[in-house]
Each structure stands twice: as C-alpha cells, then as structure tokens.
Design a protein around this ligand. Structure first.
Ligand SMILES: [Zn+2]
Ligand SMILES: [Zn+2]
Length: 249
C-alpha cells in the first residue's frame, strides 16, 4: 500500500468546511454581524466592534492581507508594515506548509482570488486556534484576523496604556535597557530571560537587557542594588529597538 499525502486542494476544502461551521456559531454567540463599525489597533492587537449603543473587544493575531488592487495575498509574517508582535505566530503555518509541501503556505506573497483570504484564514485557525475569525476591509485591502479571546474595555485600555511611543517604530510594547546598549557597538547583551521577537510576556515580565560591564557590576553586588542600578541607568525603549540592538550584538 502506498501512503499518499492529502493534496492541498482536498486539505483546504476540508479545513474551510470546518471553519464555516465554527464561524457560524461564533457569529451567533458574539453577534458580530450586528455592529456598525470596527477599529483595530496593531500595537495592542485589539479589535473593537461598536455601534451607538454597544461595543465588544477582542485580542487578535493578524493572518494576512488580500489586496483587491493586485489580487494577491501577503502573509502577516512577511508583512514589513505590520507591527503586531504576534504576527510571527503565523510562521507556524509556514512550517506546516514546508512539511506538507503546500506552496500557498510557504510563499510569502502570491496571486489569488476572492476565496484566497478565507481559505488561508481557515488554515491559520486550524493550526493556531482561536475563538473565531474576522475580516476588515479598508479601501482596497482586506485584512484577516484570528480572534484569540474576548477582552473587556478595561483590559483593552490597560494594554494600550502599557505601550510606548517610539519616534521610529510608532506605538508598541516597551522594553528596558541599560544606558550602554546601542546598535553601533557590541557591548554584550545580558537578559533577564531568553527572549525572541513577538513573544508573549507574562503580566509581571518585561523585556530587560544590559551590557557586559553592567553584568560585572551586577555580579559584584550580588544582584541589582542602588549602586549597580546607578551604573546601568536603565532606560525605556520600544520592543523593536530592543531586538534591533539584540540582533546587532
Ligand atoms: Zn550597561
Ligand atoms: Zn523603536
């Protein structure tokens, strides 16, 4: 007997049907069709649906965008313009595609039709999971989102309030570094814990890094104290600046 892997079309069909059922329940449950407006915030990865008398908030992961001008799809992981930290979660789909040899899941950008967006969003939903999916359309661009959880207005505002406005990268998550770290010199890069771009942080965790000299001071005093803190002069930067410095080290 020869084992033949499922052809992409068959696989995609199956997954699309699965999402359709799920999505019907999702729409009913959250009544998502009955809001007049939407607003999404890339930095906090929150989607707000609202009408005059009601509103609802979700956390989302961007899946990708479909351009109605060029009729082409672009995966979120390949989209330089998207600043959502969790866009890199979609690399999981690419990995799956590499294993299965499904080109649509591995090519960053390719031509498609009006079904492409939902097809790939169904697959993203199946691989990454969530409570539902949503599409927003502005001008010529369809943006597909995986909704991961419903949040309250207070939670959405809290996420917002914890962001920093970077003059280069816009409003995104903050990080802490010592005064010596920069992208020009290799100063060493010590971290409070191992980090990677787009990673999710626990409530009490922050991105924190310092140079080798600061590490020496820190060890001398057996952990951070007033003296080593004075030497480090920790400052605030944005998440993307943090990783640019980390990668240049
Ligand atoms: Zn330092
Ligand atoms: Zn920045």
């Amino acid at each position: 007997m020869i084992f033949r892997p499922l052809k992409y079309e068959k696989y995609a069909d199956k997954i699309c049907q699965k999402l359709t059922e799920f999505q019907n329940n999702f729409r009913k449950h959250y009544d998502t069709e009955n809001y007049e407006n939407w607003f999404y915030n890339q930095s906090s990865e929150t989607l707000r649906l609202y009408s005059n008398d009601k509103e609802i908030y979700f956390k989302y992961i961007p899946v990708g965008t479909f351009s109605l001008n060029t009729n082409s799809w672009l995966w979120a992981w390949a989209n330089e313009d998207s600043v959502e930290p969790r866009k890199l979660r979609t690399l999981k789909i690419k990995e799956f595609g590499e294993k299965k040899n499904y080109e649509k899941l591995t090519n960053p950008h390719f031509d498609g039709d009006k079904f492409t967006g939902w097809e790939l969003t169904s697959i993203a939903f199946d691989i990454i999971g969530g409570i539902g999916t949503y599409r927003v359309i502005s001008d010529h661009l369809e943006k597909y989102l995986l909704l991961t959880e419903q949040i309250t207005k207070e939670e959405a505002e809290k996420i917002e309030s914890e962001l920093i406005e970077c003059s280069v990268h816009g409003k995104i998550r903050k990080a802490f570094i010592c005064q010596h770290l920069n992208t020009e010199q290799k100063t060493g890069f010590e971290e409070a814990f191992e980090t990677y771009r787009g990673m999710e942080l626990d409530e009490e965790d922050d991105f924190q890094a310092w140079c080798s000299e600061c590490e020496k001071e820190r060890l001398k005093t057996d952990g951070w104290n007033d003296e080593s803190m004075e030497f480090a002069k920790i400052k605030l930067v944005c998440e993307r600046c943090y990783f640019e410095i980390k990668e240049s080290n």
